[in-house]
Ligand binder design. Sequence first.
Ligand SMILES: Nc1ncnc2c1ncn2[C@@H]1O[C@H](COP(=O)(O)OP(=O)(O)OP(=O)(O)O)[C@@H](O)[C@H]1O
Length: 491
Amino acid sequence: MDTADWASDLWRRGCERLATELPEQQFNTWIRPLPPATVAGEGASALVATLKVPNHFKRDWIRRQYAARIEAILTELAGRPTRLELSLSAREPAGATATPIVVAAGTGMSAAQPAAGAAAPSSEPSAALKPVVQPAAPAATVILPSQAPAASKHRINPQLTFDTLVPGRANQMARTAALHVAGAPGVTYNPLFIYGGVGLGKTHLIHAVGNALLKDRPDARVLYLHAEQFISDVVKNYQRKTFDELKAKYHSLDLLLIDDVQFFAGKDRTQEEFFNAFEALLAKKAHIIMTSDTYPKGLVDIDERLTSRFDAGLTVAIEPPELEMRVAILIKKAEAEGQPMPEDVAFFIAKNVRANVRELEGALRKVLAYAKFSHKEISITLAREALKDLLSIQNRQIGVENIQKTVADFYKIKVADMYSKKRPASIARPRQIAMYLAKELTQKSLPEIGELFGGRDHTTVLHAVRKIGGERQKNTELNQQLHVLEQTLKG
Ligand SMILES: Nc1ncnc2c1ncn2[C@@H]1O[C@H](COP(=O)(O)OP(=O)(O)OP(=O)(O)O)[C@@H](O)[C@H]1O
C-alpha cells in the first residue's frame, strides 16, 4: 500500500469508528462530507493528519467538538501519536477570514459554538452582523424589464423577519448562519443548506434573510420560491421553448431562496436547470439558500452532482424546539396579537403541544380566540377548555402498548423485549425510551408503567425517565428521535 492509500485507509477506518460513536445526524453533518485527510510524518515518530474543511464555521466547530476525539482515534489506529490539522479548502474567499461571526451583543457566544448552552441569544439581527461592508451588488446583465420587479422582491413575506423569529438552541446554528449571510451575502457559507422537520421555521428563516437584505439594499434582486414553483417554471418554459427567459429570471438574482428542494427528486430536467442556475449564481457570488427535510447526502433521486454542491457551503439543521423555546414562542406571539399570555399558561400549552411550531401556533390561536369570545382572562383552565379536543385526542390515542410497539418498531427490536429481562444496550435503551415516553405521554403512574413493562419496580422506571429526560437536553440526535416518536404516537 502506498502512502496515499495508507492515509486514506487510515481516515476511512477513523470515520468508521467515529460513525459508531457519534449520533448519526452529527456524523452526517460534520464528518461524512469531509474529503479524506492527508497524513504526513512529523518528526521521528509522530504523524500529522490534515483535513480540509470548507469554511471557518465548520473548521471552528470541528476543532472544538471533534478534534480531540479524531486525534485519539487516529493515534490508536496508526499506532503513532497523530496530530490533527484543520485547513481551509481553497473555496472560501480570502476576504472571508476577516469576517467575524457574531451572534448578538451580550450573549458571549459565537457561531463557532452553535449547540452550546441552552440559553437563547437575544435577537438583534443584522446590527451585530454589519461589520462587513458590502460592495454594491453587481448590476444584472440580463434581466428583462418585465421580470425586474417580480425578481427583486417577489414572494418575500415581510412578516417573516429575524425580529419575529424566536431564537433558541433548536435554531441557533441555522439562525446564526442565516444572520451571517444576511450581513454579507455571497461571501461565505454559499450555498447555505438548512434542513429539518415540518413546521420548524425553515421558511421563516430564509424569508428573514431576504427581508434583511432588502432592508439594506432595496434594489437587491431577491427571489423566494418553493421548489415546486421552480419545477413548474421549468415545465412552462420547456413547453414554450423559452429557456432563455428562465435563465434570465434565475441567473440574474443576488439572492435565491428556495424551499423544500427534496421536491426535485426524480425530475431530471429540473435538476439540470437548477444545476445551471446554481453554477451561474455561485460564479457571480450571488447567494443561494435552500431548505429541505433532510441533509444533502440524505436526498434521494437527486443527482450526486447537485447534492455534493448543496453540501459545499454550509449545512445546518433546525431541530424541534425545546420546552423553554416553545414557551418563548407562545409568549412572543400572544404579545404580538395584543393578548399577553401568563407564563404558567404558556408552559401548560407548550407541554401539551410538542410537535412543531406550526401546531403550537394553531393551539395558541384557539386559546386566544376562546378568551376573546368568552370575555375571560387567559388561564390554564381556559386553555384546557379551549384545547380540550386536542388534549383528549392525545390522551385517548396514546396507550403504553402503543408506545411499546412504536418504539420497538423504531429501534427494530421485538415488542416482547419491552417486557423481557434482557439487558443488552440495544434492547435496554429502547425500553428506557419507551418508559420515558409512557411517563411523558400518558397519565399512568410509575408503578403502573413498571407493571406494564414486565413487572418492573417503579424505581427502574424513575431511573429511565430521569436518564432519558436528562440526555435529551444534551443529545440532539436523541432529542430528534424522541420528537419523531412523539409525533408518530400523537398521529
Ligand atoms: N423560532 C420561531 N419563532 C417564531 N415563529 C416560528 C419559529 N419557528 C417557526 N415559526 C413559525 O411557525 C410556522 C411554521 O414555520 P415554517 O413555515 O417556517 O416551517 P418550515 O420548517 O418551513 O416547515 P415546512 O417544511 O412544513 O414548510 C410559521 O408561522 C413560522 O413563522
